[in-house]
Design a protein around this ligand. Structure first.
Ligand code: ATP
Length: 240
C-alpha cells in the first residue's frame, strides 16, 4: 500500500460546468481513501472511471496512453487536465509502476519494439506484436510487473479470456503478497471484481462510493443472465 488518498482540490477549480469536472462522479468528489492493496473502480460506461485513473497516472508521471515513467512515445494523448487538480498522498512515495490502457496498447507495443535492447526480457522474450492481445497482456503482468510498484489498469479484461482472467487474479495475489504491489483497476469484469479483500468504488448515481461485490450491477446482471438466460433474452427481444 503506497497511495493512501486522492484529493480533489475543489477550491482551485473555477467551474464544474466543463469536462472533466462536469462528470457527476468527479464533481462530487472530495477525497478517496485507499486502504487495500487492490482497489476497483466500477460503474456504467461514461461514469468517469478512466478519467480519474488517467489523472492518477499523469500525476505519477506515467505516460497517459500507457506505460511507466520511462516510456516516452508519440500518440494522440488524451487530455489530462484533471491531474492538475488532484493531490495524491503517499506513504511511502513510489515512482515505479505502470499504466495499462487497453485502447492504446498497440502503440505501446510499437514503442517497446523500437526501444527494447534486452530481447524483450520484460515481455516474455517475444515482441509484444508477435503475441496475441491477451498473451501480450499476460506477458506484461508476468514479466514486467515486479517489486514495489503501483499498477493502474484500465479494463485489463479487454483482452483476457475468462480462464486468463483467473490467471490474472493469481498474478495479482502474488504481486500483492507482503504488500509489495498496489493495484487500482477500472473494470467491467465480474470475475476480476471477485478478487477477495479488495475495495470496490462505484462511480454510479453521481458519486464515488464504496460498494460490495454482490451489490455491483456487474455481479447481479451477470448472475441473473446465467441463471435465467432464456427468460432474459425473451424479454430483451420481445416486440413492443
Ligand atoms: N476529451 C473529452 N472531452 C469531453 N468529454 C469527455 C472527454 N473524454 C471523455 N469525456 C466524457 O467524460 C465521461 C467519462 O468518460 P470516461 O472515459 O472517464 O468514462 P468511463 O467510466 O471510463 O467509461 P467506460 O466504462 O466506457 O470506459 C463520458 O461521458 C465521456 O463522454
Amino acid at each position: 500500500m503506497y497511495l493512501k488518498r486522492i484529493t480533489l482540490l475543489r477550491d482551485d477549480i473555477s467551474s464544474f460546468d466543463r469536462y472533466p469536472y462536469s462528470i457527476p462522479a468527479i464533481s462530487s468528489l472530495n477525497e478517496l481513501e485507499l486502504t487495500k492493496s487492490v482497489t476497483f473502480f466500477v460503474g456504467e460506461n461514461g461514469s468517469g472511471k478512466s478519467t480519474l485513473l488517467e489523472a492518477i497516472a499523469d500525476k505519477c508521471d506515467f505516460h497517459t496512453a500507457g506505460g511507466g515513467r520511462n516510456n516516452f512515445y508519440e500518440v494522440h494523448a488524451a487530455e489530462a487536465s484533471l491531474s492538475e487538480h488532484i493531490r495524491l498522498s503517499w506513504m511511502p512515495k513510489l515512482t515505479n509502476g505502470f499504466f495499462l490502457r487497453a485502447e492504446s496498447f498497440y502503440q505501446f507495443a510499437t514503442h517497446i519494439e523500437e526501444v527494447d535492447e534486452n530481447g524483450f526480457k520484460d515481455y516474455g522474450g517475444r515482441s509484444l506484436h508477435q503475441q496475441s492481445h491477451g498473451e501480450s497482456f499476460l506477458s506484461l503482468f508476468l514479466h514486467r510487473f515486479k517489486g514495489k510498484a503501483i499498477y493502474l489498469l484500465d479494463e485489463p479484461e479487454a483482452a483476457l479470456s475468462p480462464a486468463r482472467q483467473l490467471t490474472f487474479l493469481r498474478i495479482m495475489r502474488d504481486l500483492t503478497a507482503n504488500k509489495q504491489a498496489q493495484f487500482i483497476i477500472a473494470t467491467h469484469s465480474p470475475i476480476l471484481l471477485g478478487y477477495p479483500e479488495a475495495d470496490i468504488f462505484s462511480f454510479d448515481d453521481g458519486r464515488i462510493s464504496l460498494t460490495r461485490y454482490e451489490e455491483t450491477e456487474h455481479y447481479q446482471l451477470t448472475k441473473y443472465f446465467l441463471q435465467h438466460r432464456e427468460k432474459m433474452l425473451a424479454e430483451l427481444f420481445a416486440d413492443e
